[in-house]
Each structure stands twice: as structure tokens, then as C-alpha cells.
Design a protein around this ligand. Structure first.
Ligand code: ZN
Length: 483
């Protein structure tokens, strides 16, 4: 996600091509498979769907129960965890307070199920028999997603229908079991493992869908169009629907980058920024592995939001900010989509790295008008202001970086720790290690965590492999360093 904007570019970093395993089109063999069939009901503002889910047990343990996040329930009346902070509620609920829901009608192929969790956010499914490592089990979930009128990740936005988190998502599995997280409004509380997707969307024929997947078929029956999409090895699948979408497409090293927009002015500069940054990040860190990237301008209460192979960009941004945000969200394809991390407890690992990768792109491509000096200066100024304000108000500023999203006092603190201090950590690592070792460490981090959820320890190990920076990283993360 991108909440705050830094200003503007220069210098050169080494650019080395490295061989990378590209995504193979494979299905169901070594990853879980979602076969989603979802119909958009425009009149009742809801999605009616089924998820035919084949669970592949990639853990070392016997699994008897599955847990899915029902993110749509955060939009319901009476939710304890609302999807946006109270301070932004009036601006995103554009026609007054509005509610959604996510209900489960039935789960077939299991021994039992219930909706539970801290905030009715979890679907718990008892399997008919235990699934041993390397084995699979299939269940079918029938669900309904009611959509609130809101300019946010999931809902009826003013000019489009945003479908982030629109189906039950299997929780990531950790040493403590399935990770169950309520919808923290601060940050992106989504942690999930890579799976395969075959998604069928039924829409009123006048709608165009931007999605994470590659469209493999389309058929029209009466006033309804049925599109089928595929996506392999991705940790989520998102879509945005609109009657007003115009599109522009550009090739970036074999990837079709498509811009979806609704205004009169074609944001050509953003399409260029997405394609050029995708090419740059591919050469710098490792090859982009999905066949398409959809860059979607829509109504959003934040500047941007990332999903695998799809980014949402706020249509309210000025041109320079839109380009910056487009590059930041494209960087998330590396740091979040292809290399995951625990976004709940170490958000800086993807946000700080997305910010720093954005800085590196603009440094390499000065024509966009952003300079390294400016971007660093803005981050330092903002971070020091935060530190000073918190010291004055609370007598102490907590500058630790590995902490849960619920441990931040609000978005101001979160942005300064995850984005700004995160960016400054990477700048310090680069100046300490030198460009060559720094870039090698990032390539190591990418290749050794490709399609996994990278632990903090794995992050440290990738950099320590090239230079003695373990203490430096820890001093930042533990809040000991003075900036
Ligand atoms: Zn971000």
C-alpha cells in the first residue's frame, strides 16, 4: 500500500542480469488450488460465489482443520475492526455510512464448519479425515460477499467495483498453526501463501474486468458475460470492474502491462512508469513471473494498493504522485507478491523495500524528475519530525520495527516506521556494503524466498551472506540506532 508521498531522482547502480526460474504453468501438484466461480449481482451489490478449494499440505504436520480469512466481514455493521481508521471514514464512505458482509452458506466435503475468530473473520473447516504432508483434500465453499459503498479495497466505489479480498482466503501456516488476523485498518494485514487460481467471473455484459489473471476464455449469454482467468503461484487474486474502463497496453519483456482508467486524460506516463519499472526490477532483482500486470486507476482512500499482478492506483492523484505510486506498487510485485513476508508483524520488510526499490528506479531514470537526494531528504525529515513529536508528547518514541500492526498508535507512526525508517535502513545497508554487494544481497533474498513467506531471519541472512551487517540491521530493527 502507499499512503504518503515523498518527492522526487539521480546516480547509478550496477545492473546485472541474473537467471531466474520463471513461473511454470502448473496446477494443483505442489500448491493449493482455488477454483473460484463468482457472479456479480449489480442490483443487490453482492458477489455470489463458490470456491472449490483443493488444499495441498505443504507443512510437515498432519492437518485436520483449515482456517480461512473472511475479510469481507470487516465491512459489516458492528464489526470490531473496521477496514479504515475513523479519521478517514467520512471521506471513503462517499454516500454516508454503508455496510457489507461475507456470509458462508455451506461447505461441502468436510466434517463440519463454523464462522468464528475474534471478529467473525475466520471460517474454520474440520476436514473429513486428516491430510498428511504432501497430500490433498478438496472442499467446496458457497459464500456471499455483500459490498459496501466505499472507496476502498473491497466495495462499490464511485466509478468501479473494487474486488480485493473478495473470497475466503486460506490463512498462512506458521509454527503456531494457521495465522488468524483481524482486519487492522493500519497497514495491510494480509498474509497468505502462494496457490494456483482458476477464476470464473460472471458479469453484466457492459462491465470490463481488470484482474490478476490471464484471461483464457470469454462467452456471452444474453446480458451476461462469463470470463475465465488463470493465475499460477500467486498469494492472492484481485479484480476491479467498471462500465467505463478504457485501456492501454504496453509490452515489458514479454509481460503485457495494461492500464485501466476512466478519466478523459489517458495517464500514459503511468503506463510508461509501470512498464519501465517492471523491466528495471526484473533485471535488478529477478524476473517478473506473471504473464500480465494490470495497473488499475480506481477510487481508493489511499494512494495505491498491491495485489499479485494487479495494482490499484487512486484516480485522485496528481500526475507526479500517480507515477510515483505506480512504481511503488509495481515494486510490491517483488516485495509482497513474489517474495512474501509477515506483513502483520514486519511490515517494513515489504514497505521499506518497495520504497527503496522505487528510489533506485527513479535514481536510474532521472527523466521522471525524482532525485535520490530529495527522496532521502523527505524520508529523513518526516522520520525526525515523528521522533521529535512523539518524544515531546509521550516522553519516548518507540522506534522498533518488528511489531504488530496493532502496536502502532496510528497511520502516522506506521508510515514513519515501516516506510521512512525502512527506506533509511536500506540506504544505510547500501552505503555500508557498496552497490555491488547490496544488489547481490537483494537478488539472494529474492531467489531464496521466491514464492515463499520470507522470515526476518532469512532477510538478515541474505545480507549477512555478503557483508557483516547483522548488527547494523538489528540496531535499526530494535530501535537502537539514532537517525
Ligand atoms: Zn506499499
Amino acid at each position: 500500500m502507499k499512503k504518503s508521498i515523498a518527492i522526487a531522482a539521480a546516480a547509478a547502480i550496477s545492473l546485472t542480469l541474473i537467471p531466474l526460474a520463471a513461473c511454470k504453468k502448473e496446477s494443483g501438484e505442489s500448491r493449493s488450488l482455488y477454483r473460484i466461480n463468482a457472479a456479480y449481482d449489480e442490483e443487490d451489490k453482492k458477489i455470489c460465489g463458490t470456491v472449490d478449494f483443493t488444499y495441498f499440505n505443504a507443512t510437515d504436520n498432519e492437518i485436520s482443520d483449515l482456517r480461512f480469512e473472511l475479510w469481507g466481514n470487516a465491512y459489516r455493521q458492528g464489526a470490531s475492526y473496521c477496514p479504515v481508521p475513523e479519521s478517514r471514514a467520512s471521506s471513503v464512505y462517499y454516500s454516508g455510512k454503508s455496510y457489507g458482509f461475507e456470509s458462508v452458506e455451506k461447505v461441502e466435503g468436510c466434517a463440519g464448519w463454523e464462522v468464528c475468530g475474534e471478529d467473525e473473520n475466520i471460517l474454520s473447516v474440520a476436514l473429513s479425515s486428516p491430510v498428511y504432508p504432501g497430500q490433498t483434500a478438496e472442499i467446496i465453499i458457497s459464500y456471499t460477499l455483500g459490498l459496501a459503498e466505499i472507496n476502498h479495497r473491497t466495495g462499490i466505489a464511485e466509478s468501479a467495483v473494487n474486488l480485493g479480498n473478495f473470497y475466503p482466503v486460506l490463512c498462512a501456516y506458521t509454527a503456531e498453526g494457521f495465522m488468524q488476523t483481524p482486519y487492522y485498518s493500519c497497514g495491510d494485514p494480509f498474509v497468505s501463501e502462494c496457490a494456483d487460481y482458476i477464476v470464473t467471473l460472471q458479469l453484466p455484459a457492459e462491465y470490463t474486468a481488470a484482474t490478476s489473471g490471464k484471461q483464457v476464455s470469454s462467452a456471452r449469454t444474453g446480458d451476461t458475460v462469463t470470463n475465465v482467468y488463470e493465475l499460477y503461484g500467486a498469494r492472492d487474486f484481485a479484480a476491479v470492474l467498471s462500465k467505463d474502463f478504457k485501456t492501454a497496453t504496453r509490452d515489458a519483456g514479454g509481460c503485457a502491462v495494461t492500464l485501466y482508467y476512466t478519466g478523459d486524460a489517458e495517464p500514459e506516463g503511468c503506463l510508461q512508469a509501470a512498464a519501465e519499472s517492471l523491466t528495471y526490477f526484473s533485471s535488478q532483482y529477478g524476473e517478473y513471473c506473471y504473464p500480465t500486470l494490470s495497473v488499475v486507476f480506481t477510487d481508493l482512500g489511499v494512494s495505491g494498493m498491491e495485489y499479485p499482478a494487479l495494482t490499484m492506483i487512486s484516480s485522485d492523484l496528481d500526475e507526479a504522485t500517480a507515477r510515483y505510486t505506480t512504481v511503488h506498487e509495481t515494486a510490491h510485485q517483488w516485495w509482497y507478491a513474489m517474495v512474501g513476508n509477515d506483513q502483520v508483524n514486519s511490515a517494513w520488510q515489504d514497505e521499506g523495500l518497495a520504497e527503496y526499490s522505487t528510489l533506485c528506479f527513479f535514481e536510474k531514470t532521472p527523466s521522471y524528475g525524482f532525485t535520490r537526494t530529495q527522496l532521502l531528504g523527505t524520508a529523513i525529515k518526516s522520520y525526525r519530525a515523528y521522533y521529535s513529536v512523539y518524544n515531546q508528547i509521550f516522553g519516548k518514541a518507540d522506534t522498533t520495527m518488528n511489531r504488530g500492526l496493532d502496536k502502532f498508535s496510528g497511520e502516522y507512526e506506521y508510515v514513519n516506521i515501516a516506510y521512512n525508517k525502512g527506506l533509511l535502513l536500506f540506504e544505510t545497508l547500501r552505503t555500508s556494503m557498496g552497490d555491488e554487494k547490496f544488489n547481490s544481497a537483494l537478488r539472494h533474498y529474492f531467489s531464496s524466498n521466491f514464492k515463499k513467506i520470507a522470515s526476518y531471519e532469512s532477510f538478515v541472512a541474505s545480507f549477512a551472506h555478503y557483508h557483516d551487517v547483522e548488527g547494523l540491521i538489528e540496531s535499526y530493527v530494535n530501535g537502537k540506532v539514532v537517525i
